[in-house]
Structures are given as C-alpha cells and as structure tokens.
Design a protein around this ligand. Structure first.
Ligand code: NAP
Length: 298
C-alpha cells in the first residue's frame, strides 16, 4: 500500500511546536510576532487564502494585520505602504498575496519588501541566498515540500528528481532546495520534449505545472514518490458541485507509487505552516532568541 504524505497532520504537529515557542519567548520579548498581509482587488481565491492565513496565525499566537486594498489603488501607494511596514517594529513579516491585478509591477513590489521581513522568500536577496545555499527566508510551498519528504525520512541525496514547472514561486525554488540537498534535479517546462519519458526516470516527481490531471500512471516509475503541487477547482457540468484536484490523476497513480501527496491536504497546508515558520524566524532573529526552527528551513 502506498504512503500518504499527510500535510494536514504534519502542519498541525509543527503548529503545536510554534505555539509553544511563541508562548515561552513572548514573556522575554513582550510582544507576539506580527504578520502583515496585503491583498489587492477582489480575487475570491485570494480572499479564501488570506482568511486561512489569518486563522492559522491566530492558532499559534501570531498577530495578523490585514490590508485589503481596492484595485483602483496606485502602484506608488502600495510601495508607500510597504515602506511603512518595513519600518514598523511590530511587524516581522510582510506578505503580498499573489496574484495581484495585472496593472501592478509585481516584481517591483516584491523587491520593496525588506528581505528580513520577506516571509514569502521571493525577494531577490532571499532567492540569491537560496542559490548560494546560505541560510535565509525560504519560499513557503517548496520549503513545505521538503519538510513533507523529511517527515517520512524520504532520502533526497543521490535521488533522481524531476520538477515539472519553472516558476519563481514553485518550480525554481524547489529545484534549488533539492539540489542543495544533493538530489540530481531535472527541471522541465511547457517546451520540454518527451516529458513523459523524463518523468518516468524520476525517483521523486514534483508536479507544479498548474494543469489539472496532467500526470497519469504512464508518467510515473514504479515505487516513485509523487508530490502534487497543483490546486484546481473543477465544477460539475450542472455547476452544482465543486471538486478540488491537482496536476496528478491520483486514482491512476496511487497503486504504482511508494508515496504521494493528496489534494487537498498535502502541499497546501504546509505552505501556510511555512509562512508561520518564516514569520517566527524573523521575530526570533530580531530579538536574538535561541532557535529551534532552522531544521524547518531547507
Ligand atoms: P505557473 O506560474 O503558471 O507555472 C507553471 C509552470 O508549469 C511553468 O513553468 C510552465 O512552463 C509549466 N507548464 C505548464 N504546462 C506544462 C506542461 N504541459 N508540461 C510541462 N510544463 C508545463 O504556476 P505556479 O505558480 O508555479 O503554480 C503551479 C500550480 O501549483 C498551480 O496549480 C498553483 O495553483 C499551484 N500552487 C499551489 C500551492 C499550494 O500551496 N499547494 C502554492 C503555489 C502554487 P513555461 O515556463 O514554459 O510556461
């Protein structure tokens, strides 16, 4: 029987540790960690994600500050808000909820975030440190994937790893993290030829293409580990039911693999947990607290 990599369970276990860490240390520093979340516009999925992040913060003792801006706001005003939050001593982490409306220069906004508060790990300085394999804030989804693999002692070193997708958010950082952990990584994308054949060589296959059910059993080697990053909402033909699925046709793939992540309940909850970890990492650094978190930041 294949092993389910249960992100929901692992995220609750990590949250418990984070909660205790805050509880013990806030008596020393006299304030809780603080996370600012900026949402621009009315994208409904973003609304759900921000709510989930707010709830997760309150479970562990992080104070969240939500800034919901109208999409009529100007780039300059968002930059000014970021500057203000960069200087605010009660804020340890700043998150710009993506995607944002097209009229904004997303990369420019991300580069405004103080790298020490960049809890999404997307600022050039943090990405640069990842490239150099130096400690820094790590982007949440890839860091969550590494923790899921480690939680079940799945070996990375020396394994053939194929990543489908090369985005800044997922594909590139997960490839770098696994490379830093001595995996042999192949990064693929929409122009890759013979994707099926390349994937079949993988000991660990990471699917982050953003295409529902792209990967069936024919892409997967017997006994591989498959990580499904995709999240898609599929509506039934009568529009009455909505079902979540990933990039992997799980029912086809599960009988063949050693381990897999479910959707929902796999990578998604770990992404939120790593946001909490990064916020507490920044708080801990600011106050020079002893760290128990470094193992969670690959
Ligand atoms: P993205 O920016 O759209 O990037 C998708 C990548 O996949 C691109 O590099 C693209 O190649 C590649 N690709 C697309 N179709 C392909 C195909 N048929 N074969 C091979 N490669 C293909 O998406 P993303 O932000 O990385 O997100 C990917 C998925 O993960 C989405 O479903 C997203 O919702 C989900 N996600 C989940 C979480 C979570 O917490 N669970 C977090 C982040 C994202 P090109 O570069 O050539 O275009």
């Amino acid at each position: 029987m294949s092993l389910k990599l249960d992100g929901k369970k692992l995220s609750l276990e990590i949250e418990e540790k984070l909660k205790n860490y805050i509880y013990i240390n806030k008596t020393i520093v006299k304030r809780n960690p603080g996370l600012a979340v900026i949402r621009i516009g009315e994208d409904p999925a973003s609304g759900v994600y921000v709510k989930n992040k707010e709830k997760a913060c309150s479970r562990v003792g992080i104070k969240s500050f939500i800034f919901h801006l109208k999409d009529t706001v100007e780039q300059k005003e968002v930059e000014e808000l970021l500057n203000k939050l960069n200087l605010d001593n009660d804020i340890d982490g700043i998150l710009l909820q993506l995607p944002i409306p097209k009229k904004f220069d997303e990369q420019r906004l991300i580069s405004y975030i103080n790298p020490k508060k960049d809890v999404d790990g997307l600022n050039e300085q943090n990405i640069g440190k990842l490239v150099k394999n130096e400690p820094a804030m790590r982007s949440c989804t890839p860091a969550g994937i590494v923790n899921l693999l480690r939680s079940q002692n799945i070996t990375i070193e020396g394994k053939k790893i194929v990543v489908i997708g090369r985005s800044l958010l997922v594909g590139k950082p997960i490839s770098l993290m696994l490379l830093n952990l001595n995996g042999t990584v192949t990064m693929t994308h929409s122009k890759t030829k013979n994707l099926n054949k390349i994937c079949r060589e993988a000991d660990i296959l990471i699917a982050a293409a953003g295409k529902p059910n792209l990967i069936d059993a024919s892409f997967v080697k017997e006994g591989a580990v498959i990580i499904d990053v995709g999240i898609h909402r599929l509506t039934s033909s009568d529009k009455r039911k909505v079902r979540l699925c990933g990039d992997v046709l799980l029912e086809d793939v599960i009988p063949k693999v050693f381990a897999y992540t479910p959707v929902p309940g796999g990578v998604g909850p770990m992404t939120v947990t790593m946001l909490l970890v990064n916020t507490i990492y920044s708080w801990q650094k600011q106050f020079g607290l002893s760290s128990t978190l470094n193992d969670l930041l690959p």
